[in-house]
Structure formats: C-alpha cells, structure tokens
Design a protein around this ligand. Structure first.
Ligand SMILES: NC(=O)c1ccc[n+]([C@@H]2O[C@H](COP(=O)([O-])OP(=O)(O)OC[C@H]3O[C@@H](n4cnc5c(N)ncnc54)[C@H](OP(=O)(O)O)[C@@H]3O)[C@@H](O)[C@H]2O)c1
Length: 292
C-alpha cells in the first residue's frame, strides 16, 4: 500500500521534473544511497534500519567508527542491502566534501539525505557554557544547513531523491531551560518548509519530522532526565518515530509529527500565544534542584 501511495505521490512531486542528462551522467555507475547522519544509535539508527527494510542502500554517518561498523553490519545482515559506515564529524568544515568522497569511493551517491545528528542543551540560557551553545548551533543548525545546501542542487537536477530533516516538537514553541535547543529546531522546521516550497514539483521530497520525546540517551546526555516532561509526556520508541517519518516522507508530506501526542500538541502549540506556551514549557522543561 505504502509503495502504491509513494508512486502516486511521485507523480505530483515530479510534475515539473526536468532531469538533466549531465546530472544523471555524473552519478553514472554509482548506486543511490540514503545517507543518515547520527546513525550510530537512537532515531538515526532506526531511520537507517527503516529505509534499509524498504530495500534502500544506506550510508551511516557519525563520529564513533566502532559503533557505526556494528550498526552497519546489523543492517546489512537484517535487510541484505549495502550499509556503508562513514566515520565523520559533520560539523567539520570539509564534511560535505569528505562525505562525497567516501560515498564515491564506495560506489554510492546521496539520493536521500537524512539530517538527523543533533544534540540538546539543558539549563537556563544565561548559565549555558558559550562553547556548548556554539557546539549545538554548529551541529543542529550549521551542519544541517551546509549538508542540505551541498546535496540539494544535484538532487533537483536529477529530479529525484530528497532531504528528511529531524527537528523536534520543541521547534514549535519557545523552550525555557532548553532555549537554544528549541530555537535550533525552530530553525530546522522553518528552513525545511521554505525549501520544500521552493523545490515543489521538481521531483524531490523535502520533509521535516518533529517528534515529541523519544526513548534514547538524548535526554540523559543533556542532564534533563529528571525534568517534568520526561514523566508527564509519554515517549515514543525510535522505531515508531522512524516508521512515521518514513511513511510521511514516502507519501510526500512536508511536516511530520509522529504519534497522537505530537500531532495534537503541534496543533495546540500553533494556537497558543507565547505568553501561555513559554511558562507552560518552562514548567515542563525545568530541572528540579534535587533529582525526583
Ligand atoms: N530523543 C528525543 O526525545 C528527540 C525528540 C525530538 C527530536 N530529537 C532529535 O532527533 C535527533 C536524534 O536524536 P537521538 O535521540 O537519536 O540522539 P542520540 O541517541 O544522542 O544520537 C545522536 C546521534 O548523533 C551523532 N552525532 C552527534 N554529534 C555528531 C557530529 N558532530 N557528527 C556526526 N554525528 C554526530 C551521534 O553519534 P556520535 O556521538 O558517534 O557522533 C549519534 O549517532 C536529534 O536531532 C534530536 O534533536 C530527539
């Protein structure tokens, strides 16, 4: 069924497609791959697994080479596709070129780019270390922007493929106690929706997924595990998020909120004025003095 809906969506998405023979020749002899950043664990791993289950070759990007090799072997074994680990810090200045070179050496090219790698940062903004804010912006905003800008022209020229960005439900509201993180995800949503409009009808899918809390090590890593939202808001599994994102991407949706809670919250956050949503989020995101 999904395959059928995806083919129907293709007709609409590619209504003004104009593939350039040069662009197609440039990737001649190489196989299309789904490139997933942050694929060594969590949501990225689940997304790579989901695309592989659909028969897509995948390239897995993260910094930890050993973890990547393990996930690549697992994916190849489970789904019989090519799973290429590429150990890379996507915030490095030469990351787009290094990624291209690694793909070329493996006989692949980026048909779909999944910008998933991201970090959080908890605590009052004025108390966040400036270097940590820089690191967050470099990964969540700059690297995603540069990789997208690097990959998109060739995708449009080929008239196929696309970009799936991983934002967060948090990108739809101000996030006191996770201010820079929420703002970075608002950027991702805004950028994706605008680029999706610009590329409409050209054969590429441009989508953003905005999950609510997901059960990964992400919250603990930023020291937010004891905040109220972790007990109050039910968290999804990375696999459920990946399944929803994959479905939405296939049928050509631009903004995907996985699960009932995220879908309802997305609507509510759109309606609520900031003078209501800011204190509400502030209560949910504040870290208690003493662990609960
Ligand atoms: N968990 C949630 O509740 C939740 C909710 C909404 C949205 N999200 C978003 O979903 C995405 C994934 O989150 P997650 O929960 O799966 O996080 P996670 O489990 O912490 O995984 C993060 C992934 O990013 C990679 N990474 C980090 N820095 C990198 C860098 N500089 N270059 C390349 N790879 C890098 C990590 O691998 P290495 O450390 O080996 O590089 C890892 O594979 C993030 O964008 C996050 O903001 C998460």
């Amino acid at each position: 069924m999904l395959r059928f809906l995806s083919s129907v969506a293709d007709l609409w998405i590619g209504r003004n497609r104009d593939p350039s023979p040069e662009a197609l020749a440039a990737v001649g002899g190489r196989a299309p791959a789904v490139v997933v950043t942050g694929a060594s664990r969590g949501i990225g791993r689940a997304l790579a697994m989901r695309f592989a289950r659909a028969g897509r070759d995948v390239a897995l990007v993260a910094r930890d080479a050993d973890a990547l090799a393990r996930v690549a072997a697992e994916i190849a074994r489970a789904h019989g596709v090519k799973a290429m680990p590429i150990a890379l810090d996507v915030t490095a200045l030469d990351a787009p070129a290094a990624l291209d070179a690694a793909l070329r050496a493996a006989g692949l090219y980026a048909d779909v780019l999944v910008n998933n790698a991201g970090i959080g940062l908890a605590g009052p903004f004025a108390e966040n270390a400036p270097e940590e804010i820089d690191r967050l912006v470099a990964l969540n905003v700059t690297a995603l922007t540069r990789l997208t800008r690097h990959a998109l022209p060739a995708m449009v020229a080929r008239g196929r493929g696309g970009v799936l960005n991983v934002a967060s439900l948090g990108g739809m509201a101000p996030g006191p106690h996770q201010a820079a993180y929420y703002a970075s995800k608002a950027y991702v949503i805004s950028l994706t929706e605008a680029v999706a409009y610009e590329a409409r009808g050209r054969g590429v899918r441009i989508a953003v997924v905005a999950p609510g809390p997901v059960n990964t090590g992400f919250h603990e890593a930023m020291g937010a595990e004891n905040a109220l939202y972790r007990t109050l808001i039910p968290a999804l599994s990375p696999e459920a998020v990946a399944a929803s994102a994959y479905r939405g991407f296939c049928v050509g949706r631009t903004k995907i909120a996985p699960g009932v809670v995220a879908t309802v919250s997305a609507v509510a956050l759109k309606l609520l004025p900031a003078f209501v949503s800011a204190p509400l989020m502030g209560v949910l995101l504040a870290r208690p003095e003493r662990p609960r």
